[in-house]
Design a protein around this ligand. Sequence first.
Ligand SMILES: Cc1cc2nc3c(=O)[nH]c(=O)nc-3n(C[C@H](O)[C@H](O)[C@H](O)COP(=O)(O)O)c2cc1C
Length: 177
Amino acid sequence: MKKVLIISTSLRNNSNSEILAKSFFDGAKENNDVELISLKNKTINFCKGCLACGKLHKCVIKDDSNEIVEKMANADVIVWATPVYYYSMSGLMKTMIDRANPLYSMDYKFREVYLLATATEDESYTPEGTIKGVQCWIDCFDNVEFKKTLFVGGVTDPSDILNNPKLKEAYEMGLKV
Ligand SMILES: Cc1cc2nc3c(=O)[nH]c(=O)nc-3n(C[C@H](O)[C@H](O)[C@H](O)COP(=O)(O)O)c2cc1C
């Protein structure tokens, strides 16, 4: 049994990427200890770049990110769910990644990362920038593997993803986590 943390980073109600994340959650919860956190109602301020986290092993800004960083450190698997914004990850996801800088000097446990992404366009290049951003983040950590990406293009409005066959793929990906 793995400890799996899914972080959903769209601010929309009925978000396509969050619906994708819920399918992954449903598969993963069959055999694992899984938590899905939405950043929608959290306060996650920008990193100020003070680098105090290198010495303190936590962030000096008091908001909801500290609890999430603790959960990231203690998970075996981290799953990011994001809309593609200008060929990259959502601003909220990037802000959370920056605020997770304390992980760098912590005894983090996570070893595997998954990416779930949605977008309007459905071209092979559409998710490339998002994938690259996640890969570059992972490359900063020892012993962490980028396991898989599930990209769903062709979805624009909230809930467009409902009935999309890729939801089953997300479930199966979760089942095999
Ligand atoms: C600010 C912004 C930027 C976007 N940039 C892109 C883009 O670069 N490529 C694309 O195909 N879709 C883009 N979209 C569309 C979203 O990726 C699409 O609606 C997605 O399904 C939203 O996922 P969500 O419902 O989880 O928020 C953008 C939407 C917004 C609001």
